[in-house]
Design a protein around this ligand. Structure first.
Ligand code: PLP
Length: 366
């Protein structure tokens, strides 16, 4: 019999819930708001629709494994050298490659409970332990706590900013403090999947590219504000020495040529990003007003989602199911370790209005 390593055997499969179509059928729904995956419900740039032709691609050919064109485009967009940029299968693919490149068995990843769950999963799959610190009051990051939990084994510190699912950021002063205090042999992964949204909301969001830290790797993606989640394309920005290691670990052809070409077109349409992020900020305020008016415990968000705390697992499960049965699909946060909470993705104006309407109806019947 083939033996499976314990750390793989003990890993739980990603178990998706019913599909949207299955739920629509099950509850005979005629209206829905899909607000559970932090996707961009406004879609993607219309410029892509107008320009794409399959015959423009040699789909039968392998392509440049170094992805020079897209890396050059991203590096010139940010005024960087191409040596500082790498492309991956979404920022999750890059997260996995960072762990594989830099962590061995006796190293430790240091992060928080209540952050992007894939950091726990990919550490585990790599047989690297992942230490999860408790978030502070109101589910905030505590930089002092990270610093005081560093040990000889700490190899990576993972911080999502904005954090999924809490929505908070690491502010400029805390980011600088963290980066200047920690030893330089610890690599900080700053996961900025929601960078475009946060930048549009506050000046307190640090522009991580303004700094020159040798032990920092920044992850960004085309999945969120650019609305290209299904294409699986993200990028990492770091020092050449880090990027060189990541280039060794990546799949030979990562990611598809179609995804790369579309990402290049997406990057050219910054008006789309401006509109999406502006609408997101407006819609967030709508939820804040509703939650304030109804005494729902919410947390100010810097992403395209918002987290609420219902006070108990029972209450969050009940609300989740009541919303689902009326066609409003939000996220339970058990996998994140935040069982009292729900996360709602900010959708289009109509979708948010429908969510708020159904939420109000549920509250009125309590
Ligand atoms: C914080 C964070 N990082 C990374 C990702 C993964 O994004 P991608 O689609 O680029 O793999 C997500 C997706 O939800 C996320 O919330």
């Amino acid at each position: 019999m083939i033996s499976v390593p314990k750390y793989i055997e003990n890993t739980k499969n990603y178990s998706p819930s019913l599909t949207v179509d299955e739920i629509v059928k099950k509850y005979d729904l005629n209206r829905i708001s899909v607000l559970w995956n932090n996707e961009n419900n406004y879609g993607f740039s219309k410029k892509i629709n107008n320009n794409i032709k399959l015959s423009d691609f040699q789909l039968n050919r392998y392509f440049d494994p170094l992805n020079i064109q897209l890396r050059a485009k991203i590096s010139s967009f940010y005024n960087l050298s191409i040596d500082n940029v790498i492309i991956g299968n979404g920022s999750e693919g890059l997260l996995q490659n960072v762990i594989r490149s830099f962590c061995s068995f006796d190293d430790e990843v240091l992060t928080f409970n209540g952050t992007f769950v894939m950091i726990y999963l990919w550490s585990n799959i790599n047989n690297t332990s992942c230490k999860k610190l408790k978030l502070s009051e109101n589910y905030r990051y505590d930089i002092k706590k990270i610093i005081s939990n560093i040990t000889k084994r700490t190899k990576i510190i993972y911080i999502a900013s904005p954090n999924n699912p809490t929505g908070q950021i690491i502010e400029k002063n805390n980011f600088q403090k963290l980066m200047t205090i920690i030893p330089k042999n610890i690599l900080v992964i700053l996961d900025e999947a929601y960078y475009e949204y946060a930048k549009a909301i506050t000046d307190e969001y640090p522009n991580s590219l303004d700094y020159d830290f040798e032990n920092l790797v920044i992850l960004r993606t085309f999945s969120k504000a650019y609305g290209l989640a299904s294409l699986r394309i993200g990028y990492a920005i770091s020092k050449k020495i880090i990027i060189d290691s990541l280039l060794k670990v990546k799949l030979t052809f990562e990611t598809s040529i179609l995804s790369q070409k579309i990402a290049m077109m997406a990057l050219d349409d910054q008006v789309f990003i401006k509109n999406v992020t502006r609408n997101n900020s407006i819609e967030l305020e709508k939820y804040y007003r509703f939650f304030n008016d109804n005494n729902i415990n919410f947390f100010k968000s810097f992403g395209n989602f918002i987290m609420i705390d219902l006070g108990s697992e029972k209450k969050s499960n009940e609300l989740y199911l009541k919303l689902l049965k009326k066609g409003v699909f939000v996220r339970l946060l058990n996998a994140f370790g935040l069982t009292n909470c729900l996360r709602i993705t900010i959708g289009t104006s109509d979708e948010n209005d429908y969510c708020i309407k159904i939420f109000k109806e549920i509250l009125s019947k309590l």
